[in-house]
Design a protein around this ligand. Structure first.
Ligand code: SF4
Length: 359
C-alpha cells in the first residue's frame, strides 16, 4: 500500500493513512486540520519518513497535527506583515533595495510551520500574466530595486518556460542586478530540478538559489545531485533553515545540517527563529534557546557553517539578527568561543586584548 501511494503526492489524511504514515484512528482529527491548512507530502518526502518513529523529524515537518488548530493570541495569519508592504499584486517591498516577487502561491509539499500558511496552498495558482506585467512595471518604476527575490509558495513549481520568461524579463531591467530564488523543491521534489529548469536561471546577471532545509536527513543523494546541477551550472547556493522544536533544536543535529550543507557547496545563510504563524506554537523554541544553540556552534564549527540567527519582526518591520552577542554592552570585553572574556582596548590602533575572567 505504502509503495503504491508513494508514487504520487499524498494530499489528504486518507492518502497518509493508505501510505501508513498515520494511523486510521487519527483520521477524523487530521481531516479537521486538512480542512484548514493545505496538506501535501511528495514521494521524496514520504520516503524520508520512518512511520514507527513517533518523533520522526521529517514527519513532524510535513504530517498534519491536531495541535495546528490551537491558535495562540500572539499568532497572526500574516506574521511577517507581507500585506502591509504589498503595493501591487505579487510584490512585497519591505527594504529599499529589494523586493519579493511571488510567482506562485503553491508548494510541492506543505510545511506544517509555514509562515504563509494562510495564503499558500493548492489552487492558489501562479501569478496571472496581467498581474506579472503589473509587478514588473512596479520594479521598472523603482530604480532603487537592486535585487528581486522570487518566492511564493515555491517559484520552482512553475514550468521552466514560465520561469525563464520571468527571469529574462527581470534581467532586462537595467537596475536589477541580482535575482535570488527561495525554494524547497530540491529537497521535496528533486526530480523537478531538470536541465531545463537550471537553464531557466542561467543569465548574465547574478542568480542565487537559496535552499530551505531543516534536517540533515533531508540532504539525500538525490537532493545533493539536484543542488549540484545548479552549482555546476554556475549558480551559487545558500541555505535557510527554520529553528524547529523536535526537528533541529539540538546542537548535534543543527551542526550536522550546517556542515552537510557546506559539504554540498551550499553556504548556510539564515537560521530563522520560527514565525508567529497560526497553530505553530509546538514548533517554536524560545529566543534564549536559539541563542544558546548558536553559541554552542560558535568556534566548534567552521565559520563557513555559521548562518545568521534572525527574527522577522512581526508587523513587517524586516529581519534582524538576534545574536548572541559576544561583546559586552560597554564594549570593554569580548567573549571567545570557550566562554572566556577578554578586555578589549577600544580606540587603540592595535586591538590589545587581555583575558579577564572565565564566565
Ligand atoms: S516551502 Fe515555504 S512557502 Fe512552502 S509550505 Fe514550506 S514554508 Fe511555506
Amino acid at each position: 500500500m505504502r509503495s503504491a501511494a508513494a508514487r504520487r503526492a499524498l494530499r489528504n489524511p486518507s492518502d497518509l493513512a493508505d501510505a501508513a504514515l498515520v494511523p486510521r484512528e487519527r483520521l477524523a482529527a487530521l481531516n479537521e486540520v486538512a480542512a484548514r491548512y493545505a496538506v501535501a507530502i511528495t514521494p521524496a518526502v514520504a520516503r524520508l519518513i520512518d512511520p514507527p518513529d513517533p518523533h520522526d523529524p521529517v514527519a513532524r515537518q510535513f504530517v498534519p497535527d491536531p495541535r495546528e488548530l490551537h491558535v495562540e493570541p500572539q499568532e497572526s495569519g500574516d506574521p511577517i506583515g507581507d500585506e502591509a508592504h504589498s503595493p501591487v499584486e505579487g510584490i512585497v517591498h519591505r527594504y529599499p533595495d529589494r523586493v519579493l516577487l511571488k510567482l506562485v502561491n503553491a508548494c510541492a509539499a506543505y510545511c506544517r510551520f509555514c509562515f504563509r500558511r494562510e495564503t499558500v496552498g493548492p489552487g492558489q495558482g501562479a501569478l496571472k500574466p496581467k498581474a506579472l506585467d503589473g509587478a514588473l512595471d512596479y520594479i521598472r518604476a523603482h530604480p532603487d530595486i537592486w535585487e528581486v527575490i522570487l518566492t511564493g509558495g515555491d517559484p520552482l513549481l512553475i514550468s521552466p518556460r514560465r520561469l525563464k520568461d520571468a527571469v529574462r524579463r527581470l534581467a532586462a531591467i537595467p537596475h536589477v542586478k541580482v535575482i535570488r530564488v527561495h525554494t524547497r523543491v530540491p529537497v521535496v521534489a528533486p526530480e523537478r530540478v531538470t536541465a531545463a529548469l537550471v537553464l531557466a536561471l542561467r543569465m548574465e546577471k547574478a542568480a542565487f538559489v537559496v535552499l530551505h532545509a531543516n534536517h540533515p536527513r533531508e540532504l539525500t543523494k538525490q537532493v545533493r545531485a539536484a543542488c549540484a546541477r545548479f552549482i555546476d551550472a554556475g549558480i551559487p547556493m545558500l541555505s535557510q533553515s527554520v529553528l524547529l522544536r523536535g526537528v533541529n533544536d539540538d546542537a548535534e543535529t543543527l551542526g550536522q545540517l550546517l556542515r552537510t550543507l557546506v559539504e554540498c557547496r551550499i553556504k548556510p545563510y539564515y537560521l530563522h527563529h520560527a514565525d508567529l504563524a497560526p497553530g505553530t506554537a509546538h514548533f517554536r523554541t524560545t529566543i534564549a534557546e536559539g541563542q544558546a544553540l548558536m553559541r554552542s556552534l560558535h568556534g566548534r564549527l567552521s565559520g563557513l557553517c555559521q548562518p545568521a540567527y534572525v527574527l522577522d519582526i512581526p508587523g513587517g518591520h524586516g529581519k534582524s539578527p538576534i545574536g548572541p552577542c559576544y561583546l559586552s554592552d560597554d564594549g570593554a570585553t569580548v567573549e571567545d568561543f570557550n566562554g572566556k572574556r577578554h578586555a578589549y582596548a577600544a580606540g587603540s590602533r592595535a586591538a590589545n586584548t587581555t583575558a579577564v575572567s572565565n564566565s
